[in-house]
Design a protein around this ligand. Structure first.
Ligand code: S3P
Length: 171
């Protein structure tokens, strides 16, 4: 198993879009952990947090990680911003951290035509100061678990995916 590429990074940094662009270039499948969770429990992330709380959501992330480890290979996996905290994430594949400053991320979300929807669906983005604090706390942890770090700030998805395609070949 494994040989997957796991994209990690803060909310709104572009993990899903980058995963799709990379999957396209490398002719691999792509899956997203939040999508898998929503399908598994037939609830939106926002509802899971509101009705069952964050600890339950983290349990679902762990279940998803265990399932991926046993069943998925050769796939580009995009993840929720806190997924990197599951046990033994490195067993799932090579870990790529997509980096941008938190202000860069927040500005990009605010400037998006669907900004309201993007914020509404993310329970941990309701309070921007709390989001900034969360980023600060997570930054060293993202860096610690990753095999590759790539800066995405001010770059197009295509440009990032091109660089990633080259770099994962060397892993
Ligand atoms: C979370 C990020 C979200 C989602 C959930 C929790 C986090 O995914 O998994 O709201 O803990 O950072 P995105 O990174 O796709 O927004």
């Amino acid at each position: 198993m494994a040989k997957n590429i796991i994209l990690i990074g803060f909310m709104g940094v572009g993990k899903g879009r980058t995963a799709r662009a990379l999957a396209d270039r490398t002719r691999r499948y792509t899956v997203d952990t939040d999508d898998l969770i929503e399908t598994m429990v037939k609830m939106k992330i926002r509802t899971i947090f509101a009705e069952h709380g964050e600890p339950y959501f983290r349990e679902l992330e762990q279940r998803t990680a265990d399932w991926l480890r046993k069943n998925v290979s050769n796939t580009i996996v995009s993840t929720g911003g806190g997924f990197f905290q599951v046990n033994n994430i490195s067993k799932l594949g090579k870990i790529v951290y997509l980096h941008s400053s938190v202000e860069g991320i927040l500005e990009a979300i605010m400037a998006h035509p669907k900004a309201e929807k993007k914020i509404k669906k993310r329970p941990l983005l309701q309070d921007l100061d709390q989001a900034r604090a969360l980023f600060k706390q997570r930054l060293p942890l993202y860096r610690k678990v990753s095999d590759i770090e790539i800066s995405v700030e001010g770059r197009t998805i295509e440009d990032v995916a091109d660089e990633l395609q080259k770099r994962i070949k060397k892993l």
